[in-house]
Design a protein around this ligand. Structure first.
Ligand code: SF4
Ligand code: SF4
Length: 241
């Protein structure tokens, strides 16, 4: 299973949002009208037109600001993608799995799938859709990668947070950085490194960054990693029975 993988070292992210803007620019996606909702996170959520979003999680203690956790959120390009497993039950050409890179791709045929069902299947709450019901998410900048270029978000990152390359090389880098960070942040973890192609290094428990930062076994209505692995091993395709 080599393929490609992102390594996102959150210890270095300054929330400059270069990656978020670069994604919009490369994909020619329109800006969104936003308003102040009490957070620097802007826009408020992922959407059909915002495939990459830098999330801001503000930590307060005794009513005073203490710390921010920044989380550049995107599709994780799961190794065994639950979205595709569910989509394939209706149309196995709606969501594709690129064999070379491992990228998971939503096609226009996703308009005939149930968006809520696909979104609910995603352990990371990624898929979104527009008025036509076509679903959208990060496609790994496959057009760039197939031409030897980095994904636009990775190229734009000025701090060394975002890395992209061959999977084994990225996993090695992630493990090396984890060992370094653990020397001063003992709770540091890599998020779901065996199951995804977007591996985050968090200084603290991932849920402090974002509620859907990691796949959770007990989130009602979602497909846990345990259930994904069971479904992969089983011919029975009723994942939410
Ligand atoms: S993160 Fe969600 S949308 Fe992306 S491949 Fe995994 S299940 Fe599919
Ligand atoms: S470009 Fe890099 S430093 Fe800036 S928000 Fe994105 S990941 Fe963080």
């Amino acid at each position: 299973m080599q393929g490609k993988t992102f390594f996102i070292d959150l210890t270095k992210c300054t929330a400059c949002r270069g990656c978020q803007v670069a994604c919009k620019q490369w994909k020619k996606l329109p800006a969104e009208e936003t308003k102040n909702w009490g957070s620097f996170q802007n826009p408020k959520d992922l959407s059909f037109n915002t495939l990459k979003l830098v999330r801001f999680s503000e930590v307060e203690e005794n009513g005073e600001f203490k710390h921010w956790f920044f989380f550049p959120d995107q599709c994780r390009h799961c190794v065994h993608p639950p979205c595709k497993m569910v989509g394939d039950m209706y149309d196995d050409t709606a969501i594709l799995h690129d064999p070379e890179t491992g990228a998971i791709l939503f096609t226009e045929r996703t308009r005939d799938l149930d968006g809520e069902e696909i979104r609910t299947s995603c352990p990371y709450d990624i898929p979104r859709w527009d008025d036509t019901k076509v679903q959208a998410k990060c496609d790994m900048c496959l057009d760039r990668v197939q031409n030897g270029l980095l994904p636009a978000c990775v190229l734009s990152c000025p701090t060394g947070t975002m890395h992209f390359g061959d999977r084994e090389e990225m996993l090695e880098l992630a493990k090396k950085r984890l060992a370094e960070v653990r020397a001063y942040r003992p709770k540091a973890v890599l998020v779901d490194p065996e199951d995804t192609r977007v591996v985050y290094l968090c200084e603290e428990t991932p849920r402090k960054y974002h509620g859907y930062a990691m796949a959770e076994a007990d989130v009602p209505g979602t497909l846990s990693r345990k259930r994904v692995l069971a479904a992969v091993a089983s011919p029975v395709r009723h994942l939410f029975g």
